[in-house]
Design a protein around this ligand. Structure first.
Ligand SMILES: *Cc1c(COP(=O)(O)O)cnc(C)c1O
Ligand code: SF4
Length: 345
């Protein structure tokens, strides 16, 4: 497997107050710092939404109450790098690098570190497992960022996956359209479209990330017939307000990306300062439903600890009194609906 090369910035390019530098370096020694030049260019000022997502924060080291792998991904891996949690779908980790190491990453334990040499062997093992497991119909490539691999390596993985008859759907989870949009080239798209049905789920967290470049990357993928979804992580101090989320979700629809999940922060060690109460997420969902296109409203989900799966959380808009049901409209009006207890013959 071969990784692409690209340009990134060093920590001293950030104009951080020198008194804070030792602390920031100690955080970066534990959880690596890496920011592509294209993502760094989106920073407008220290402490803004882009900055908070990619610049180390001392609170990462202060948080030791949580687990490094709360979703039990390691124990749900029949072979290393393959997570089999649901009956018919798996996640295949094909890269441990990303153009930007997001400070809130759920795989903080894994990205940017560890073994890189055995990836070929690991892939062989994972593919052998998939060939022997006909229940699996849907494979998500994840990582790290799968699009950090060069076109030839990706082509090789996709070809080998497509050779497995029972694998019907291939998905790629990638933040590259946001973090390194120039990686999405016409050549890459021409290669990917040979593996349909192939879906891409990307990861925008803030309207500032919707730029000419990221919109262009999504446009190229969409023109290759690849349906695009988006997963946003709800992050305190970054996007945990109604206006930001409305702009983000409707902005995504405008660049042909369909919002899919809004994730409640996982209980990952080193990320506690990003967590919000569920009430924030519920308030956001309430403010979206009915107010903007239904196509732009994601499912708000908790990914339960222990690998118990994603569960959608909905605002309370429903009350029952016998076979009368009271629902609350998007305007807050309470309306009765007559249910039936037995369906007509
Ligand atoms: C999220 C996830 C999936 C895919 O779930 P969908 O709800 O189908 O998008 C599959 N496996 C794992 C381990 C996951 O975390
Ligand atoms: S791009 Fe995704 S996998 Fe990579 S650091 Fe960010 S959140 Fe984690």
């Amino acid at each position: 497997m071969k990784y692409i090369t690209y340009s990134s910035i060093t920590i001293d390019k950030l104009n951080i107050n020198p008194t804070l530098m030792p602390a920031i370096r100690s955080v970066a020694a534990r959880y690596p710092f890496l920011v592509s030049s294209s993502y760094a260019a989106l920073i407008r000022e220290p402490g803004d939404a882009i900055w908070r997502q990619c610049v180390p924060d001392i609170r990462e080291l202060e948080d030791d109450g949580q687990l490094s792998d709360p979703l039990a991904e390691v124990s749900l891996s029949p072979v290393p790098g393959l997570i089999h949690r649901y009956p018919d779908r798996v996640v295949l980790l094909v890269s441990n690098r990303c153009p930007v190491y997001c400070r809130f990453c759920m795989r903080k334990r894994h990205v940017g570190c560890g073994d890189r040499t055995s990836s070929r062997e690991r892939l062989d093992q994972a593919l052998a497992y998939l060939r022997a497991t006909p229940a699996v119909r849907d494979v998500t490539l994840s990582g790290g960022d799968p699009l950090m691999l060069d076109d030839a390596s990706l082509h090789d993985i996709l070809t080998r996956l497509r050779a497995i008859k029972h694998v019907s759907v291939i998905r790629i989870g990638t933040r590259i359209p946001v973090t390194l949009p120039e990686r999405v080239t016409p050549e890459l798209c021409a290669m990917l479209k040979r593996f349909h049905p192939l879906y891409v789920n990307t990861h925008f967290n803030h309207p500032t990330e919707i730029t000419v470049a990221s919109a262009g990357a999504c446009g190229l993928l969409a023109d290759a017939g690849i349906p695009l979804g988006n997963q946003t992580v709800l992050l305190r101090g970054v996007n945990d307000d109604v206006g930001t989320m409305r702009d983000l979700m409707s902005g995504l629809l405008g660049i042909r990306v369909r919002p899919y999940y809004l994730h409640q922060m996982d209980l990952v060690k080193g990320t506690a300062h990003f967590r919000t109460p569920l009430a924030s997420g519920l308030e956001i969902i309430k403010s979206l439903r009915g107010h903007i296109s239904g196509l732009a409203v994601p499912h708000y989900v908790i990914d339960l600890a222990g690998g118990k799966g994603k569960v959608p959380i909905l605002p309370d808009m429903f009350e029952r009194d016998g076979d009368r049901v009271f629902v609350t409209t998007y305007r807050g009006e309470r309306v009765a609906y007559q249910d039936i207890t037995t369906p007509p013959a």
